[in-house]
Design a protein around this ligand. Sequence first.
Ligand code: CA
Length: 715
Amino acid sequence: MLIIHNKKKLESNLPEIKQASIEKMNQIRIQFSGKINWDFLETLTLLDSQKQLVDYKRQGDSQQEDTINLFTKKGLDLTKPYTLTFKDQSVPVTTGAVVRTKEFDDLFSYDGPLGALYHPNKTIFRLWAPTCCQVELLLFENNAPDAALSQVLPMKKGARGTYEISLFGDRKNQVYQYRLSFPDGKINETGDPYAKAAIINGDRSVVLSPTETQLTNFKRMSAFSKPEDAIIYELHIRDFSIAENSGIKNKGKFLGVVETGTKNKKGQMTGLDYLKDLGVTHVQILPMFDYGSIDEEKVDKPQYNWGYDPKNYNVPEGSYSTDPTDPKNRILEMKEMIANLHEAGLRVIMDVVYNHVHSANDHAFNKVVPGYYFRYDESGKLVAGSGVKNDTASERKMMRKYIIDSVYYWAKEYSIDGFRFDLMGIHDIETMNDVRKTLDEIDSSIIVLGEGWDLPTSLDDDQKASQKNAQHIPHIAHFNDALRDDTKGHVFEAEKPGFINGGKNLEVELLKSMMGGQALDSIRGNYLAPNQLIQYTEAHDNLTLFDKLMITNPNDTDQQRQARHLLGTSIPLLSQGIPFLHAGQEFMRTKNGDENSFKSPDQINQIDWDRPYKYKENVSFIKELITFRKNQPLLRLNSYEEIKKHMIPLIATDQLIAYELKNKKESYLVVLNASNLPQELGNKELGNYKIYLTSVKTKRKNEFPALSVTILKQK
Ligand code: CA
């Protein structure tokens, strides 16, 4: 009697099931609200959708714990509901980490085309959703965000976890979404992750007829010579034209980038004309795919963002178009911008951000296959190596396919000439090599570059597409932060100087970077060739060089500051590898000390089109360097053997760096003096040389002025 009474009492105090989830194709994990004695689990039953008992075995480390695992004899069907009953509880089993297993990818990964596949007389809608029990296609009356639902159509199960429906007739411009039902009862509605067009603010997708969004004569430029010949100029669409003094009509728009004949109030060239005249080869444009942080319905209200918060990866951003309510408008206008840049001889590098999304829970990825496209830690929390709390999982087959498909689409459909991978170190090596291979099929001169930082994401170190692993991802370039930091000082320690602003003992490492960085310490990169280095001293991130100098050298005269800045801006252009300038760097761009201006107002971010003329000597020297570089193959060598032969280090000490560029016919001496005093070049015999270019006027070829760049040429 007594024993039975106690048992009953114990049963009423038993912990409850908190959560039950499928972790592997034959494994369910159950979390209880407290520790449970196995003796009490006799009544735990697992039922399938027909209410039939499913046979299982229990397993755990001890017989007294709060999490247990059930192993079923047969594989579970992820599209069917399972229920656990225990005491008076009945709990639906949810789909858990099983989606992140290799087995799942082996069973379901799908390599065919996805999205709304348009033909004039039929459109096929195909979605990969292997954990759904039902998917419906929702059709809406029109483009308006509040347009009524006009039809709900059930989709048929296709191969390998896909759902599909064909609609006959011409379905161009049809607005649609998917409604997904999951076995545990959850229902999600979402746009298509593969959408190529979308309504304003991007929550609903639109069927795109490619014939309606073609420009006449829009095609790829002929192949580019080689990456080292590129000079990249990084700009943001809104920054470029939004200032009053841009004289540009389509301010903040795709079309504003390519207006010609524009002038500031003093009648001086702005915009595209200025850019053409500068002589760069590639413009790298900050995110221009559809991102989430700008309300496209309020384009008249000043709003600003860099755009590193992807929403629709394969749709242009609406706020850059003149009419975001018309899904075709942004596509045509972005193409028009690219076509006109091409016409001006400028190639376009697109900044792509596949490493994270605007909001993991709201993104189509997680609405369609919850838990699949992102990385999670052991406790089921999203991994935040990107710093944005949702690292995507490129190592999984369908995320990798997504990146490849997306890059291919932009390259092909929009004739993009290069891709800059944001936080590339989040991605895995295999994905980046696949990206390279895919683009090579279109045009092997498409430049691929990225931020190869070593980030704390849940990927083995040897799998990360980081600088350290550069030798495993050939023909992909990394931002060389070693050159950047050795030139101007660390980006996060504002007061720390580099070579140009008073830093000591950086000459040797900096010269190594300038020579293409082969011998940089291994954390800074194991490079195969100079084409793997993006040489830069300023980008959209962190303080501009000008703002940094205001902190490290507050007592400089204007003249000293300009000289120092010019030295810093010249270094990438006088380096082997691929030089990169931040828009306006050549006229000492300032953001008033704002080091993370990603959502700061236009007043901070806009290009001030009076400044190129205020600092016209700086601009004209940079132009001369660009011309020198373009005419001088010795600065654009494509192997370390060549560099060893033709770029001879002379001095790297005491704030002085000098090297010789030579071949059988000619010789140049490049001298960088970062000291506040003039310096001489030791015992080097300069009798045969004359001054070719100098950033600080001097007539004495054997004495290099304070804070100067000088190039001597053999007579
Ligand atoms: Ca948007």
